[in-house]
Design a protein around this ligand. Structure first.
Ligand code: ATP
Length: 215
């Protein structure tokens, strides 16, 4: 589903990733670990084609066809099936839960069906459809951010620290939702220190100072 080879990433002259390679299969859940500043967020952004300049190769194969997306714009990657949730969630805080979901939907029957599926995945959101996102807890906001990205029907989900600072019961809800998505064949690359979530991953990839640790 995803093949990254020899990826270097740069913020201006400063290099943040050094020759990172990884593979992700359909339905595989990989947790990205490492200290603050190790490059976890940068790797997710590089795969999504955001904010950093990259050198190296990123190939994506949602089906039998494998395409080199290294030079694609972010919106093209999103359209092809990559979904990304930033660490700061980037919700529309003045909009309600439902409006946050509908703002990325086309309003057709397929979107309605996807909205129902997404809300089934996060039942707590169903109880607060009209609540402004600003009036939700951090964990509820995180669920909404994931739910909103799922409205685009991604095949590969990139999540940046979804469980940071979140109550354990909501971490469990997020983990359960991710496991349902995994069972449906979605591939997931998740930067996360939370052990509860990490324990459910198929494997961990550790970054040390911008490189994949081989230990
Ligand atoms: P954290 O857990 O703190 O988010 P991280 O593992 O996600 O850490 P990154 O945020 O990817 O690490 O940072 C990797 C390196 O890139 C660090 O040295 C950081 O200072 C640098 N960096 C990150 N964002 C920028 C930016 N916008 N401009 C310049 N350098 C940046």
């Amino acid at each position: 589903m995803l093949e990254v080879d020899g990826l270097n990433a740069f913020y201006g002259p400063a290099q943040a990733l050094f020759g990172v390679s990884l593979r992700l299969k359909p339905g595989e859940f990989v947790v990205l670990q490492g200290l603050n500043g190790a490059g976890k967020s940068t790797l997710l952004k590089a795969v999504m084609g955001m904010e950093v300049k990259t050198r190296g190769c990123i190939r994506y194969s949602p089906d039998a066809h494998r395409v080199d997306i290294s030079h694609w714009e972010t919106h093209r990657r999103a359209k092809a099936g990559l979904g990304y949730v930033a660490e700061d969630r980037r919700l529309f805080t003045g909009l309600s839960v439902l409006e946050n979901l509908q703002v990325v939907a086309r309003g057709d029957a397929a979107s309605k069906a996807q909205e129902a599926r997404v809300l089934d995945l996060f039942p707590v959101l169903k109880t607060m459809l009209k609540r402004p996102a600003a009036h939700m807890s951090g964990g509820e906001q995180q669920m909404l951010a994931i739910a909103r990205t799922l409205m685009t029907r991604p095949r590969l989900l990139l999540l940046d620290e979804p469980c940071e600072g979140i109550a354990p019961v909501l971490v469990e809800s997020i983990r359960d939702a991710l496991l349902v998505l995994k069972a449906s064949g979605m591939a997931m690359l998740v930067a996360e220190q939370n052990q509860l979530l990490a324990a459910s991953a198929d494997r961990a990839l550790r970054l040390v100072a911008g490189k994949v640790s081989v230990s």
